[in-house]
Unconditional design. Structure first.
Length: 54
């Protein structure tokens, strides 16, 4: 899935959950940051572990 398509799905999901515009902006920014910092394998491992360190 292309990144742009992913963010369309994310935006709609956040709207469906009644997230405020500011919250949607912050979540999208954090997702973009995580995508730059971690590889796909690293992020999957962190989710499994349940630990995130900034």
């Amino acid at each position: 899935m292309k990144e742009t398509t992913f963010f369309c799905y994310l935006e709609q999901a956040l709207k469906n959950l009644k997230a405020t515009e500011a919250l949607r902006f912050n979540i999208e920014g954090e997702v973009k940051r995580l995508m730059k910092v971690y590889s796909e394998a690293e992020i999957c491992e962190k989710v499994k572990e349940g630990t995130f360190k900034k």
